[in-house]
Design a binder for this molecule. Structure first.
Ligand SMILES: [Zn+2]
Length: 342
Protein backbone atom coordinates (compact mmCIF):
# COMPACT_ATOMS: atom_id res chain seq x y z
CA UNK A 1 0.00 0.00 0.00
CA UNK A 2 1.85 3.02 -1.30
CA UNK A 3 -0.24 5.45 0.77
CA UNK A 4 1.01 3.97 3.99
CA UNK A 5 4.54 3.98 2.68
CA UNK A 6 4.23 7.69 1.88
CA UNK A 7 2.92 8.48 5.34
CA UNK A 8 5.67 6.50 7.07
CA UNK A 9 8.37 8.03 4.90
CA UNK A 10 7.08 11.52 5.47
CA UNK A 11 7.02 10.86 9.17
CA UNK A 12 10.69 10.05 8.92
CA UNK A 13 11.98 12.62 6.45
CA UNK A 14 9.59 15.56 6.94
CA UNK A 15 10.06 16.43 3.28
CA UNK A 16 7.73 15.64 0.39
CA UNK A 17 10.60 15.93 -2.05
CA UNK A 18 12.64 13.35 -0.15
CA UNK A 19 9.63 11.01 -0.07
CA UNK A 20 9.18 11.30 -3.85
CA UNK A 21 12.85 10.60 -4.39
CA UNK A 22 12.77 7.51 -2.21
CA UNK A 23 9.63 6.18 -3.87
CA UNK A 24 11.15 6.60 -7.32
CA UNK A 25 14.36 4.99 -6.19
CA UNK A 26 12.56 1.72 -5.48
CA UNK A 27 10.50 1.90 -8.65
CA UNK A 28 7.17 3.05 -7.22
CA UNK A 29 4.93 4.84 -9.71
CA UNK A 30 1.71 6.81 -9.29
CA UNK A 31 -1.57 4.97 -9.73
CA UNK A 32 -2.45 4.27 -13.33
CA UNK A 33 -5.97 5.32 -14.20
CA UNK A 34 -7.80 4.61 -17.44
CA UNK A 35 -10.64 7.02 -18.14
CA UNK A 36 -13.89 5.97 -19.89
CA UNK A 37 -12.67 7.49 -23.13
CA UNK A 38 -9.58 5.32 -22.93
CA UNK A 39 -7.17 8.05 -21.91
CA UNK A 40 -4.54 6.75 -19.54
CA UNK A 41 -3.13 8.94 -16.81
CA UNK A 42 -0.81 8.26 -13.90
CA UNK A 43 1.79 5.50 -13.86
CA UNK A 44 4.41 8.19 -13.62
CA UNK A 45 7.30 8.96 -11.32
CA UNK A 46 6.37 10.51 -8.02
CA UNK A 47 6.80 14.26 -7.66
CA UNK A 48 6.63 16.45 -4.60
CA UNK A 49 3.11 17.69 -5.41
CA UNK A 50 1.68 14.21 -5.87
CA UNK A 51 3.09 13.22 -2.49
CA UNK A 52 1.55 16.30 -0.89
CA UNK A 53 -1.86 15.50 -2.41
CA UNK A 54 -1.77 12.08 -0.77
CA UNK A 55 -0.65 13.50 2.58
CA UNK A 56 -3.42 16.08 2.59
CA UNK A 57 -6.11 13.62 1.56
CA UNK A 58 -8.16 12.90 4.68
CA UNK A 59 -9.97 10.00 3.01
CA UNK A 60 -6.97 7.81 3.69
CA UNK A 61 -7.29 8.42 7.40
CA UNK A 62 -10.94 7.46 7.31
CA UNK A 63 -12.21 11.01 7.09
CA UNK A 64 -14.34 12.39 4.30
CA UNK A 65 -13.48 15.90 3.23
CA UNK A 66 -16.46 18.23 3.56
CA UNK A 67 -15.65 21.78 2.67
CA UNK A 68 -12.61 22.63 4.67
CA UNK A 69 -13.48 20.36 7.54
CA UNK A 70 -12.97 16.69 7.92
CA UNK A 71 -15.83 14.50 8.98
CA UNK A 72 -15.87 10.93 10.10
CA UNK A 73 -16.23 8.63 7.13
CA UNK A 74 -17.94 5.29 7.11
CA UNK A 75 -15.04 3.37 5.72
CA UNK A 76 -12.13 2.17 7.73
CA UNK A 77 -9.02 4.29 8.05
CA UNK A 78 -6.08 2.86 6.15
CA UNK A 79 -3.56 5.08 7.84
CA UNK A 80 -3.16 5.99 11.45
CA UNK A 81 -5.28 9.03 12.29
CA UNK A 82 -2.93 10.47 14.84
CA UNK A 83 -0.12 10.29 12.33
CA UNK A 84 -2.34 11.92 9.75
CA UNK A 85 -3.15 14.79 12.07
CA UNK A 86 0.45 15.21 13.09
CA UNK A 87 1.60 15.35 9.48
CA UNK A 88 -1.21 17.78 8.63
CA UNK A 89 -0.08 20.09 11.39
CA UNK A 90 3.54 19.88 10.23
CA UNK A 91 2.49 20.68 6.65
CA UNK A 92 0.51 23.69 7.84
CA UNK A 93 3.48 24.98 9.78
CA UNK A 94 5.70 24.57 6.76
CA UNK A 95 3.25 26.38 4.53
CA UNK A 96 3.24 29.33 6.87
CA UNK A 97 6.97 29.59 7.49
CA UNK A 98 8.48 27.58 4.65
CA UNK A 99 8.25 30.05 1.86
CA UNK A 100 10.38 32.66 3.55
CA UNK A 101 12.83 30.06 4.69
CA UNK A 102 13.28 28.98 1.09
CA UNK A 103 13.92 32.46 -0.22
CA UNK A 104 15.78 33.78 2.71
CA UNK A 105 18.01 31.48 4.71
CA UNK A 106 19.67 34.56 6.17
CA UNK A 107 18.45 34.02 9.69
CA UNK A 108 20.72 31.44 11.20
CA UNK A 109 18.74 30.96 14.41
CA UNK A 110 15.27 30.61 12.93
CA UNK A 111 13.44 27.99 14.95
CA UNK A 112 16.31 27.70 17.44
CA UNK A 113 16.22 31.00 19.33
CA UNK A 114 13.93 31.36 22.35
CA UNK A 115 12.97 34.24 24.58
CA UNK A 116 14.30 33.65 28.09
CA UNK A 117 11.78 36.05 29.57
CA UNK A 118 8.58 34.22 28.56
CA UNK A 119 9.86 31.00 26.98
CA UNK A 120 8.37 31.61 23.53
CA UNK A 121 10.09 31.44 20.19
CA UNK A 122 11.89 34.45 18.81
CA UNK A 123 11.32 34.99 15.11
CA UNK A 124 13.18 36.92 12.46
CA UNK A 125 12.13 40.42 11.58
CA UNK A 126 13.68 43.24 9.65
CA UNK A 127 13.26 46.96 9.23
CA UNK A 128 14.48 49.23 6.52
CA UNK A 129 15.92 52.63 7.22
CA UNK A 130 17.44 54.87 4.60
CA UNK A 131 17.91 51.95 2.23
CA UNK A 132 19.61 49.78 4.83
CA UNK A 133 18.06 46.58 6.13
CA UNK A 134 18.36 45.90 9.84
CA UNK A 135 17.79 42.33 10.92
CA UNK A 136 16.31 41.41 14.30
CA UNK A 137 14.81 38.60 16.29
CA UNK A 138 11.58 39.34 18.10
CA UNK A 139 9.69 37.55 20.86
CA UNK A 140 6.57 35.98 19.35
CA UNK A 141 4.58 36.52 22.53
CA UNK A 142 5.31 40.23 22.52
CA UNK A 143 4.63 40.44 18.80
CA UNK A 144 1.19 38.88 19.21
CA UNK A 145 0.01 40.06 22.61
CA UNK A 146 1.97 43.21 23.27
CA UNK A 147 4.45 44.45 25.85
CA UNK A 148 2.24 43.64 28.83
CA UNK A 149 2.74 39.92 28.15
CA UNK A 150 6.47 40.16 27.54
CA UNK A 151 8.40 43.39 27.53
CA UNK A 152 11.72 42.38 26.00
CA UNK A 153 13.17 44.42 23.18
CA UNK A 154 13.91 43.07 19.74
CA UNK A 155 17.53 42.01 19.46
CA UNK A 156 19.86 42.65 16.54
CA UNK A 157 20.37 39.44 14.62
CA UNK A 158 24.06 39.58 13.74
CA UNK A 159 25.43 39.88 17.24
CA UNK A 160 23.65 36.86 18.60
CA UNK A 161 24.33 34.84 15.44
CA UNK A 162 28.03 35.66 15.71
CA UNK A 163 27.96 34.56 19.32
CA UNK A 164 26.55 31.16 18.37
CA UNK A 165 28.98 30.74 15.48
CA UNK A 166 31.85 31.52 17.88
CA UNK A 167 30.54 28.89 20.25
CA UNK A 168 30.65 26.30 17.44
CA UNK A 169 34.09 27.53 16.39
CA UNK A 170 35.37 27.03 19.94
CA UNK A 171 33.94 23.52 20.07
CA UNK A 172 35.55 22.68 16.75
CA UNK A 173 39.08 23.72 17.78
CA UNK A 174 41.55 20.87 18.09
CA UNK A 175 39.48 18.48 15.98
CA UNK A 176 38.07 16.46 18.89
CA UNK A 177 34.45 17.20 17.98
CA UNK A 178 34.99 16.22 14.37
CA UNK A 179 36.70 12.97 15.38
CA UNK A 180 33.88 12.21 17.77
CA UNK A 181 31.32 12.70 15.03
CA UNK A 182 33.20 10.35 12.72
CA UNK A 183 33.65 7.73 15.42
CA UNK A 184 30.06 7.75 16.57
CA UNK A 185 28.92 7.68 12.96
CA UNK A 186 31.12 4.73 12.09
CA UNK A 187 29.99 2.54 14.96
CA UNK A 188 26.30 3.35 14.78
CA UNK A 189 26.04 3.18 11.00
CA UNK A 190 28.20 0.09 10.60
CA UNK A 191 26.40 -1.96 13.26
CA UNK A 192 23.02 -1.05 11.88
CA UNK A 193 24.10 -1.71 8.31
CA UNK A 194 25.45 -5.16 9.21
CA UNK A 195 22.18 -6.10 10.88
CA UNK A 196 20.12 -4.88 7.97
CA UNK A 197 22.28 -6.63 5.40
CA UNK A 198 21.90 -9.94 7.20
CA UNK A 199 18.16 -9.46 7.25
CA UNK A 200 18.13 -8.52 3.59
CA UNK A 201 19.96 -11.76 2.86
CA UNK A 202 17.53 -13.90 4.86
CA UNK A 203 14.20 -12.41 3.79
CA UNK A 204 14.24 -13.51 0.12
CA UNK A 205 14.79 -17.12 1.23
CA UNK A 206 11.86 -16.86 3.59
CA UNK A 207 9.74 -15.31 0.88
CA UNK A 208 10.67 -18.03 -1.61
CA UNK A 209 9.82 -20.72 0.92
CA UNK A 210 6.44 -19.20 1.73
CA UNK A 211 5.45 -18.74 -1.88
CA UNK A 212 6.48 -22.34 -2.58
CA UNK A 213 4.30 -23.55 0.24
CA UNK A 214 1.44 -21.35 -0.96
CA UNK A 215 1.65 -22.77 -4.46
CA UNK A 216 1.70 -26.37 -3.22
CA UNK A 217 -1.31 -25.74 -0.98
CA UNK A 218 -3.27 -24.15 -3.79
CA UNK A 219 -2.55 -27.17 -6.01
CA UNK A 220 -3.71 -29.56 -3.30
CA UNK A 221 -6.84 -27.73 -2.29
CA UNK A 222 -8.23 -28.13 -5.79
CA UNK A 223 -8.67 -31.86 -5.22
CA UNK A 224 -10.18 -31.50 -1.75
CA UNK A 225 -13.56 -30.69 -0.38
CA UNK A 226 -15.45 -30.27 2.89
CA UNK A 227 -13.62 -29.71 6.17
CA UNK A 228 -10.24 -30.65 4.75
CA UNK A 229 -10.59 -28.00 2.04
CA UNK A 230 -11.68 -25.45 4.62
CA UNK A 231 -8.64 -26.11 6.81
CA UNK A 232 -6.40 -25.96 3.81
CA UNK A 233 -7.88 -22.61 2.82
CA UNK A 234 -7.20 -21.25 6.30
CA UNK A 235 -3.61 -22.30 6.00
CA UNK A 236 -3.39 -20.68 2.57
CA UNK A 237 -4.62 -17.42 4.05
CA UNK A 238 -2.08 -17.66 6.83
CA UNK A 239 0.75 -18.25 4.41
CA UNK A 240 -0.48 -15.34 2.30
CA UNK A 241 -0.41 -13.06 5.29
CA UNK A 242 3.09 -14.12 6.31
CA UNK A 243 4.23 -13.63 2.76
CA UNK A 244 2.84 -10.11 2.72
CA UNK A 245 4.57 -9.31 5.98
CA UNK A 246 7.90 -10.65 4.80
CA UNK A 247 7.68 -8.68 1.57
CA UNK A 248 6.81 -5.49 3.36
CA UNK A 249 9.67 -6.05 5.82
CA UNK A 250 12.05 -6.49 2.91
CA UNK A 251 10.95 -3.14 1.50
CA UNK A 252 11.44 -1.55 4.90
CA UNK A 253 14.94 -2.99 5.12
CA UNK A 254 15.76 -1.53 1.71
CA UNK A 255 14.49 1.88 2.83
CA UNK A 256 16.48 1.72 6.03
CA UNK A 257 19.65 0.87 4.15
CA UNK A 258 19.11 3.85 1.89
CA UNK A 259 18.40 6.02 4.87
CA UNK A 260 21.66 4.90 6.44
CA UNK A 261 23.54 5.95 3.32
CA UNK A 262 21.90 9.33 3.59
CA UNK A 263 22.66 9.69 7.28
CA UNK A 264 26.24 8.66 6.62
CA UNK A 265 26.67 11.25 3.88
CA UNK A 266 25.16 13.91 6.11
CA UNK A 267 27.42 12.90 8.99
CA UNK A 268 30.54 12.98 6.82
CA UNK A 269 29.63 16.43 5.58
CA UNK A 270 29.09 17.52 9.15
CA UNK A 271 32.41 16.10 10.35
CA UNK A 272 34.35 17.71 7.49
CA UNK A 273 32.65 21.04 8.02
CA UNK A 274 33.41 20.96 11.73
CA UNK A 275 36.99 19.85 11.17
CA UNK A 276 37.80 22.81 8.94
CA UNK A 277 35.20 25.05 10.44
CA UNK A 278 37.20 28.26 10.33
CA UNK A 279 37.95 28.11 6.62
CA UNK A 280 34.77 26.38 5.50
CA UNK A 281 32.32 28.63 7.28
CA UNK A 282 33.33 31.76 5.40
CA UNK A 283 32.58 30.27 2.00
CA UNK A 284 29.59 28.13 2.95
CA UNK A 285 26.25 28.90 1.28
CA UNK A 286 23.62 30.45 3.57
CA UNK A 287 21.51 27.29 3.18
CA UNK A 288 24.36 25.08 4.33
CA UNK A 289 25.09 27.39 7.24
CA UNK A 290 21.50 26.99 8.39
CA UNK A 291 21.80 23.23 7.89
CA UNK A 292 24.99 23.01 9.93
CA UNK A 293 23.70 25.14 12.78
CA UNK A 294 20.40 23.28 12.93
CA UNK A 295 22.24 19.97 13.35
CA UNK A 296 24.76 21.20 15.90
CA UNK A 297 22.74 23.62 18.00
CA UNK A 298 19.79 22.39 19.98
CA UNK A 299 18.61 25.70 21.36
CA UNK A 300 19.69 29.23 22.11
CA UNK A 301 17.95 31.17 24.83
CA UNK A 302 18.26 34.93 24.97
CA UNK A 303 17.67 36.53 28.31
CA UNK A 304 17.42 40.09 27.16
CA UNK A 305 17.00 41.61 30.63
CA UNK A 306 20.06 39.95 32.08
CA UNK A 307 22.07 40.25 28.90
CA UNK A 308 22.82 36.55 28.84
CA UNK A 309 22.63 33.90 26.20
CA UNK A 310 22.59 30.18 26.78
CA UNK A 311 23.49 28.03 23.83
CA UNK A 312 22.92 24.30 24.11
CA UNK A 313 24.63 22.16 21.51
CA UNK A 314 22.93 19.03 20.26
CA UNK A 315 24.01 15.98 22.18
CA UNK A 316 25.22 13.97 19.22
CA UNK A 317 26.74 11.33 21.45
CA UNK A 318 24.10 10.86 24.09
CA UNK A 319 25.50 7.49 25.17
CA UNK A 320 29.04 8.42 25.94
CA UNK A 321 29.15 12.09 26.75
CA UNK A 322 27.40 13.77 29.63
CA UNK A 323 29.40 16.97 29.94
CA UNK A 324 26.59 18.95 28.43
CA UNK A 325 24.05 20.81 30.48
CA UNK A 326 26.55 21.56 33.22
CA UNK A 327 28.18 24.38 31.37
CA UNK A 328 27.47 27.74 32.94
CA UNK A 329 25.52 30.10 30.70
CA UNK A 330 27.88 32.22 28.69
CA UNK A 331 27.82 35.94 29.17
CA UNK A 332 26.77 37.86 26.17
CA UNK A 333 27.09 41.61 26.35
CA UNK A 334 24.02 42.80 24.48
CA UNK A 335 25.40 46.33 24.50
CA UNK A 336 27.96 45.34 21.95
CA UNK A 337 25.23 44.32 19.53
CA UNK A 338 25.72 46.26 16.38
CA UNK A 339 23.42 47.31 13.59
CA UNK A 340 24.16 45.39 10.48
CA UNK A 341 23.74 45.94 6.83
CA UNK A 342 22.67 43.04 4.74
ZN1 LIG B 1 9.23 36.97 25.44
Amino acid sequence: MVVREIVDLYDRYQSARAVAKQLNAVGRRTKRVTAKNGNVSGGKKWAKDAVLRVLKNGVYAGFMPYGDELHEAEHEAIIDREKFKRIGAALDRKQKSGRRYGNNPEYLLRGILRCGNCDSAMTPASTRKKGKVYRYYRCVQRDKRGAKECDVRQIPASAIEDFVVDRIRNESIGGALSKQIVKSLETSVENKRQELKIERGELPKQIAKLSDEGRRLVDKVASMNGTAAKLMENRINEVGEQLGQAESRLRQVEWSLMELDRAEAEGKWLAESVEKFDTVWETMTPMNRVRLVSILVKSVTMNEKEDTVTAVLTDLFADEDQHEGNDPPERFPANTAVETTV
